[in-house]
Design a protein. Structure first.
Ligand SMILES: [Zn+2]
Length: 498
């Protein structure tokens, strides 16, 4: 028996619902150019797309279990499983994480477009791309969508051109000497960049395919103005203008303006990640992140003490320390530097695990690309292990802390990060750089540190070869030596009047 709702109730519902705006997005097929639309809605500034509608256009079969709110999408390559309101999803049997869970609207599950492209990209034979400006998802049956990178010298600077098969969402970051452009859903043609591309201010160019996103980065030989970017839809070319910066001599602050203790770097807090009930990432043969990073931390303490620093450690044995307590500790000790040490990991099959390797250095800031965000999420997942009553509303807190600590020490944190990155590159040759540049991500452990702060992922413990290296005391010693050298160099530069 059906009950009919009175009209007034229906009107009321109609008035309440529009907090979520119904819309559609375009799905464009490449290379044939055919376009269709699928249902979508806007929520919290994100475009949620109907997964079943998209899946059908992209050639996936869909089955849904009403009772468990689970949706399975499959094709000849395998299956993808998502659950309503759940951050975890599965590709075949491997569990992965997305920053936003699927939401149900009527019978279908909806996912924000950038993550939909990422999730389905794992099983789609070609490249999927999302462009927020045109609300278009491209379903490309070609294997690559980032096709070529070139540079030319113009009268007033250097022009970089990146040609793609379709228009992709991109994000450009510039921290001298690195300019990096990240494409969500980008699939790099391995031949896109001729090694050693060199033009004007660009000394060299590099590419990195990382899961469902692609990065093209450049090393510059001189500082430039903030890059100016323009997209030509007709030629599908992203053009990046790099104009050399005209140096303006800044007056040095008078010595009296700088508080005495702020101009010296004496106290360092070392923070080996995880510990106790939280092992951190665990390698294929069982090596634990918490043990590796403690080994490096203890070596580093000895070295820094020899170099005249006062060193405190958030832990010098195998104990669990809540994330919030780590930065609190650093503030209490009036540390001048905060150095957090971690090891990275990826899930997936053995091919994926062996592909991911290398170290990366992060400093406190808002994450600028998806991969940095994922690393931050994984490292922050330990919050789940902490006592419920100790947890605060950390999303809201983060923003406040970033605006206080971040703005003040961003530059120093980044400089320290670059020193560490370079020192690891020259001193620990057996573990490569994961990618160019120093990443920005808002790690919880760094939030609330009122001092220059960095987090180092010393390598991938999920990679068999690096797991072995990381557990080796000799590598740990080398890594500690590299960090110590960078910290000494940073101190010299910082104190030598910038
Ligand atoms: Zn960690």
């Amino acid at each position: 028996m059906k009950k009919v709702l009175p009209l007034s109730v229906i009107l009321l519902i109609a008035l309440i619902v529009p907090a979520v705006t119904a819309t559609t997005v375009n799905v464009r097929k490449i290379p044939d150019g055919k376009s269709s639309t699928v249902p979508a809605f806007e929520k919290n500034g994100m475009t949620y797309v109907s997964m079943p509608a998209f899946a059908e256009l992209a050639g996936f079969k869909h089955s849904q279990s009403v009772f468990s709110n689970k949706s399975v999408f499959s094709n000849e390559r395998g299956s993808i499983t998502l659950i309503q309101d759940n951050l975890f999803y599965r590709v075949d049997t491997v569990t992965n994480l997305i920053p936003y869970p699927p939401i149900r609207k009527e019978a279908a599950l909806y996912l924000p477009a950038p993550y939909l492209v990422k999730v389905f990209g794992a099983k789609h034979p070609g490249a999927l791309g999302w462009n927020a400006h045109t609300s278009t998802i491209t379903v490309n049956s070609l294997k690559y969508n980032v096709l070529s990178v070139s540079g030319e010298v113009k009268q007033n600077g250097t022009l970089i051109s990146i040609v793609s098969a379709d228009s992709l969402s991109y994000e450009c970051t510039y921290y001298h000497p690195n300019v990096a452009i990240n494409f969500d859903g980008g699939k790099l043609d391995p031949k896109a960049v001729k090694r050693g591309l060199r033009a004007g201010v660009v000394d060299s160019a590099f590419t990195l395919q990382y899961g469902e996103s692609a990065q093209v980065s450049f090393i510059l030989n001189q500082a430039v103005e903030p890059p100016y970017i323009e997209y030509n839809a007709k030629t599908r070319t992203l053009m990046i203008s790099l104009k050399p910066r005209i140096e303006q001599k800044k007056p040095k602050p008078a010595a009296s303006q700088v508080p005495l203790d702020a101009s010296l770097i004496r106290t360092v807090v070392l923070d080996p990640g995880h510990g106790g009930k939280d092992p951190g990432a665990v390698g294929p043969t069982g090596v634990k992140e918490k043990d590796v990073v403690l080994g490096i931390g203890l070596e580093l303490r000895t070295m820094l003490e020899k170099a005249g620093f006062k060193v405190f450690m958030t832990r010098d044995k195998d104990v669990f320390i809540p994330l919030g307590d780590r930065t609190k500790f650093a503030n209490e000790k009036k540390a001048d530097l905060f150095v957090s040490i971690h090891a990275d990991a990826v899930g997936g099959d053995s091919k994926k695990r062996s592909a991911a390797r290398g170290y990366k250095v992060y400093f406190l800031s808002q994450a600028k690309n998806e991969e940095d965000k994922m690393v931050a999420m994984r490292e922050n997942a330990v919050i789940e292990l902490e006592d419920k009553d100790k947890r605060t509303n950390y999303d809201a807190l983060q923003d406040v802390l970033i605006s206080i600590a971040g703005a003040e020490y961003l530059r120093e944190s980044q400089e320290l990060g670059i020193f560490i990155e370079q020192s690891l590159m020259t001193n620990v040759k057996q573990i490569p750089r994961l990618q160019l540049g120093v990443g920005q991500a808002n790690f919880w452990v760094l939030n609330g540190a009122y001092m220059p702060s960095v987090l180092i992922e010393v390598g991938f413990i999920s990679n068999t070869e690096e797991e072995k290296l990381l557990s080796d005391k000799r590598t740990q010693f080398q890594q500690a030596a590299a960090l110590s050298e960078a910290i000494v160099k940073f101190k010299q530069q910082f104190e030598g009047g910038q």
